[in-house]
Every structure is written in C-alpha cells, then in structure tokens.
Design a protein around this ligand. Structure first.
Ligand SMILES: *Cc1c(COP(=O)(O)O)cnc(C)c1O
Ligand SMILES: [Zn+2]
Length: 408
C-alpha cells in the first residue's frame, strides 16, 4: 500500500510496522494506521472516486488494504435518503438518513469487516474471528464464507435470535459465552494471543476501524461533496463514531471537500451509556458499566474507543445523548412509519437521540443533519413484535367488509 506508512500508538506516537498488532508495547495505547496524506492528496480526486466501484472500495486510496474480490461481498455505498416524513415530524428542513441497514449482512459492520478481512488475507491469515455483540458475527461469518476462510465467532449467550441465525447461516464455529460482551471480549483477547487467527476487532483492529471512515466519505460524496452540520450516530465501542468524523476530516485535509464544521453527536441507550454518561458528567474517564439494554448491538460496558469518542465530541463541538429504553422501540416504529425503513435497536437509539437533540435545540431547523441507521430491523424483531397483529378474517368479501373495510 503506497499510502500506508505504519501503525502508530495513539498515546505515545511510537511507530510499528504494518502487522496484526493492536497495542503499544511501551504504554499499552491502541495503535492506528498512519497514512502519507501528501501522497493521497496527489492522486485522490472526486473524479477518481466516482470512477470507482459502487462499494466502499471507491475510497481505496484512503484505506489500508487492497481491494480483494475473493473476499468482497459488496459492502458500502448504501443509500443516503432525504427525509420527508421524519424531518417534518421533527421540524427539520434538511434531514438525511444514511441507510446502512441494507449492507450485505444487514449492518454497517460489513464496512469494517470488508477492510479487516482483506487485510487479514494480505497478512497471511486463513481464519477470521471476532468478539461480537451480534452484527459483527454475521459479517465475519459472511465474509469468511465468501473467501473460503475458517470462521470463529464469539457472542454473548443472550443475543436476539435474528443475530444468532443471521451469523449461523454462514456456518461459522459459533461460541456463545455465558456473560456480557465484555466477558466475550476478554476471552477473545486471551485467545488472540494463543491462536494465529485474525480477530477482526482485536489484533487487526487498527485496520478494521478504518472501514468506518467510509461512512463519512460516503455521506460527504452523496451530499454533493460537503459534510453536514450535524451527524448523529449510535455508539458501542465508540470506534465507528470516531471514524466517521475522521472520514470527514480526511476529505477536508486532502482537498476533496471544503472546511468541515460537522458537530458529532453520539447516541446510547440508558441501559448501557458509559460514553454519554461521561459526557454529561464532563469527564474524559469512562466508568465501565454492566450492560442492561434492549439495544444489544450497543451493549459494550467498557468501550475501547470511549475516550476517543469523547475527544471527537470535544473537537467537533458535538454532544452525546441518551435514549431511554422505552424510546428505542418508539424510534424504530417512528422511522419505519415515516420513512419506510425498518431498523434494529441501534437505529431506534439513533432516531430517539436525534429527536432529543432537536427538542433540546442543539440541532436547529435549518441545519443539515445526517442520522446513521446502522442495522436492519429483521434482526431484532422481538422488540417490536407487538405490531404483528394482522386482522384475521374468513376469505369472503362480507367478512372483509365487516372487519376491516374503510367505506366511503
Ligand atoms: C457495532 C454497532 C454499532 C456501534 O459500533 P462501535 O464502533 O462499536 O461503536 C452501531 N450500530 C450497530 C447496528 C452495530 O452493530
Ligand atoms: Zn504507546
């Protein structure tokens, strides 16, 4: 990769060669990918991006892995939809919905896994693995199936049926750990030391995280090469949230778009809100919590990138917002019934958070806003099963007219 210079510790700036390695030997800080942005600025252009494939690989110049068709399931370049009904309901003039629920395995996780899996193959791995809150397991299993790789996916034992099935269908080895995501992650961190596997969100995490930048690039491209005034995104580890902003800033830095004035707003659910609570209490130290939320895909009590999410909020003059547990299903229904988009619990958190931000006056009517809808509602049907009540009739016109017809 001509544009990738090294891995670098986010804390002490020590540099490491590009390899499957995620923690600094000296200070235990997380490593991130360093690019040669001068080289990128020399070659990258709007025209070059537009000539690329209709997937996240159109941003190849900004990514740390080479596009590999053998593992590609066509993640990214999802629709950015101008909201009508929801915007009107909330009193916004320019609301956009980034519908990432229509990725190949039905969540934004296909972006991060696309990059991590391509890199894992480059680095010589034949096994993909992950510690997952659900969607990541689906995506890792799907990419491994496509590439003919072995997959081990680890999940908490209390996940929604749609996520267990949505991963199991690709036939990975699936391990349900009796505990929370944080227990799963702890186990996987130990396993990553002992097995020569690419744990996408552990030892190859620096590459994995880069995939989320494409949520920033894409929104900017689809808005006609500009960043929005506000972006609202649901957070678990905080990685995606941090990287969306980095995506906007890299486009600015390389001259693809003009000045970025986006304010980043992080949404979490009451039952697992370590980042938003730290924000509200004005501290940069994350206090881990035990997740107890209906939004299981966001159930990370000890968020690896929580601190960096708080830094992103600070740098962008953004905020964090907490959706009450009962507002999650309301948010899902509101989006479905105003826009025709069926999202999972994380999307419900984003919509509920957006509503609060408008009510608080943080987002004003005339300010352009993108809300990130990151997963598909068919994976968390339990939460909204109360809507599934068809009117049961005998198959006659009379029965229909008696029970259901609205007559003029
Ligand atoms: C994983 C996930 C997120 C949050 O991702 P982080 O990078 O861990 O903050 C958001 N939405 C959905 C649907 C997810 O699966
Ligand atoms: Zn360090």
């Amino acid at each position: 990769m001509v544009n990738v210079a090294a891995l670098r510790c986010k804390e002490c700036s020590r540099e490491y060669p590009v390899s499957a390695f995620n923690v600094c030997d000296f200070c235990f800080g997380p490593l991130e990918v360093v690019y040669d942005f001068e080289a990128i600025a020399d070659i990258a252009s709007r025209e070059r991006i537009q000539a690329g494939p209709p997937s996240l690989w159109r941003y190849q110049d900004f990514l740390p892995a080479e596009h590999n068709p053998a593992v590609d399931i066509n993640a990214g370049f999802t629709p950015l939809i101008r909201s009508r009904g929801l915007a009107e309901r909330l009193g916004l003039d320019e609301l956009w919905i980034k519908n990432d629920s229509v990725n190949p395995s039905y969540s934004f996780k296909d972006r991060v896994v696309a990059v991590a899996a391509a890199k894992a193959i480059e680095l010589g791995f034949d096994t993909l693995a992950c510690a997952s809150t659900g969607n990541l397991a689906c995506s890792v299993a799907a990419h491994a199936a496509r590439a003919g790789m072995t997959a081990y996916v680890f999940i908490p034992s209390d996940l929604e049926h749609g996520k267990v099935l949505g991963a199991a269908i690709y036939n990975p080895t699936m391990i349900a750990v009796d505990g929370s995501y944080d227990d799963v992650n702890r186990l996987c961190s130990e396993l990553a030391d002992q097995y020569a596997w690419a744990f996408v969100n552990i030892n190859v995490r620096p590459f994995y995280a880069e995939g989320s930048k494409t949520l920033g690039y894409e929104a900017a491209e689809q808005l006609g090469w500009r960043a929005p005034k506000h972006a609202v995104a649901p957070s678990a580890s905080g990685a995606m949230f941090t990287k969306i902003y980095q995506g906007f800033k890299e486009f600015e830095q390389t001259g693809i778009i003009g000045p970025v004035e986006t304010r980043m707003h992080c949404a979490q659910a009451r039952g697992c809100s370590p980042i938003a609570t730290a924000y509200e209490e004005e501290r940069f130290v994350i206090r881990p919590v035990k997740p107890a939320t209906i939004a299981k895909s966001l159930g990370i009590g000890n968020p690896a990138d929580g601190y960096y999410a708080l830094k992103t909020i600070e740098a962008s003059e953004g905020s964090a917002v907490i959706a009450e547990e009962h507002e999650v299903a309301e948010g899902i229904k509101l989006l479905a019934q105003t826009e025709g988009i069926f999202t999972e619990s994380a999307g419900g958190v984003a919509v509920a958070g957006l509503r609060r931000l408008v009510e608080r006056g943080v987002i004003r009517r005339d300010e352009s806003t993108v809300v990130y809808i990151t997963g598909n509602g068919l994976k968390t049907t339990e939460i909204v099963s109360d809507v599934a009540r068809p009117i049961l009739i005998e198959g006659t016109v009379a029965a229909f007219e008696e029970r259901a017809a609205v007559r003029a």
